[in-house]
Write a protein that binds this ligand. Structure first.
Ligand code: PMP
Length: 403
């Protein structure tokens, strides 16, 4: 039944007819309803939002606003403010630079972080903010003992990913949130890799900020989200659309998301993002998670059977998403990805914007990364495994065909 569902879904992604797309952690493909919503905006009611009274602007404004509501619901937000951004990177920077810091403030983050959840915090060091980094254990899980120790001293904010874009590890954000609440520490969660693959509920987690990328869950490129429980941030930009009133000596900001979205936003993108989350919800995030877990287990088991392959994955299906990194003895990750591309299989190679993690794992060349989405199939995983096996066999040191 699930196989039938996936087959039906694949009709909505014509791009998947040409290739085996396994680079979903970088960006995923948009289903037709998302593309159609964007085209409809262009063809039928293109106009600006939040200003004017004519018919086009009324439709655009209503749909753009409604998209925010859909996204808030998608992440289980009860209240708070849901702001549309360009991507996760912009969302995290808005928090790092929208809070006011004093010298001696501490931020705690982890070795699992993407550069986008590291560099914004590092840039605060010139304001006297110190940064502490929690490591991982040999099974790649977060070192919670070290984390707890770090919270023994005063901390202003914890910034942590909910799922690693290299190792696929899911971090215990509920436990972390409880610790943060107990100590009065702000918590930012980078949900870029989690939101597309599992049910997320910011109310039950109890975080202060939740950031993710629309383009990684089937939304248009150039879309992302910053949800915040309270409007603690100073907007980084001001201008059109952000104010209730401007008088000689006073500016009153709008109380909703508008105060954080200065200027004309990515309207078609935002409306498309609303359609993307509807699309995923219709399939069901639990269904998506279990389908992807089935493929991930198959992938990891398959990789373990191929000679010269080393897999960097946890054995526990409960704590992982479908992002799997591996290396092949005596072959550069880019060579593997290049050879797979020649067979129409698209994967990522390199450091995945996670150089500190790569250094900690002693992998200066990075890894090959396979990342799964709900529209991938068992057949695709099997084809990937068979092709990889062939590529590796063809390059074995004793093989005369080795290039
Ligand atoms: N955080 C994580 C965990 C990611 O995987 C990514 C994208 N690879 C980002 C942040 C940055 O996302 P974006 O490029 O959309 O800003």
């Amino acid at each position: 039944e699930l196989d039938d569902l996936i087959r039906a879904i694949r009709h909505d992604y014509p791009i998947l007819g040409d290739v085996v797309y396994l680079d979903n952690a970088a960006t995923s493909c948009s289903p037709e309803p998302v593309v159609e919503a964007m085209v409809e905006f262009e063809h039928r009611y293109r106009s600006n939002v939040g200003r004017g009274v004519h018919r086009f602007t009324r439709i655009a404004t209503q749909r753009y606003w409604h998209a925010h509501e859909k996204v808030a619901e998608f992440i289980g937000a009860q209240g708070g403010i849901t702001v549309f951004t360009k991507n996760t990177t912009e969302a995290i920077n808005m928090v790092a630079h929208g809070l006011s810091w004093t010298p001696g403030n501490r931020v705690v983050t982890t070795i699992l972080e993407h550069h986008s959840n590291l560099l914004p915090w590092r840039s605060l060091e010139k304001q006297g903010v110190t940064l502490d980094i929690v490591g991982i254990r040999p099974d790649y899980s977060l070192d919670m003992d070290a984390f707890r120790k770090m919270l023994e001293k005063p901390v202003r904010l914890v910034a942590i990913t909910q799922a690693s874009n290299v190792l696929g590890i899911i971090t215990p954000v509920h436990e972390i949130a409880a610790l943060c609440r107990e100590k009065g520490v702000l918590l930012l969660i980078d949900g870029a890799q989690a939101a597309p693959h599992m049910p997320v509920n910011v109310s039950s987690i109890g975080c202060d900020f939740y950031c993710f990328s629309g383009h990684k869950l089937g939304g248009p490129t150039g879309t992302g989200v910053l949800w915040m429980k309270e409007p603690l941030l100073t907007p980084l930009m001001q201008g059109g659309g952000t104010v209730e009133s401007v008088t000689g000596d006073d500016v009153v900001l709008i109380q909703g998301y508008e105060q954080y979205e200065a200027g004309t936003p990515n309207i078609a993108g935002g409306i498309g993002l609303g359609v993307a989350v509807d699309y995923l919800r219709k399939i069901g995030m639990d269904t998506i998670h279990s389908h992807e877990e089935d493929l991930t287990s198959r992938l990891i088991e398959g990789l373990h059977t191929i000679e010269r392959v080393r897999v960097y994955a946890s054995g526990n299906p409960e704590t992982r998403i479908g992002v799997v990194s591996f290396t092949v003895e005596e072959m550069h990750p880019h060579e593997i990805a290049q050879r797979l591309d020649e067979h129409d299989i698209l994967v990522r190679s390199g450091h995945h914007c996670c150089q500190p993690l790569m250094n900690a794992l002693n992998l200066p060349d990075g890894t090959v990364r396979v990342s799964i989405a709900h529209y991938n199939t068992r057949e695709e995983i099997d084809l990937f495994l068979a092709t990889l096996k062939e590529i590796i066999a063809g390059s074995s040191p004793g093989n005369p065909l080795r290039s």
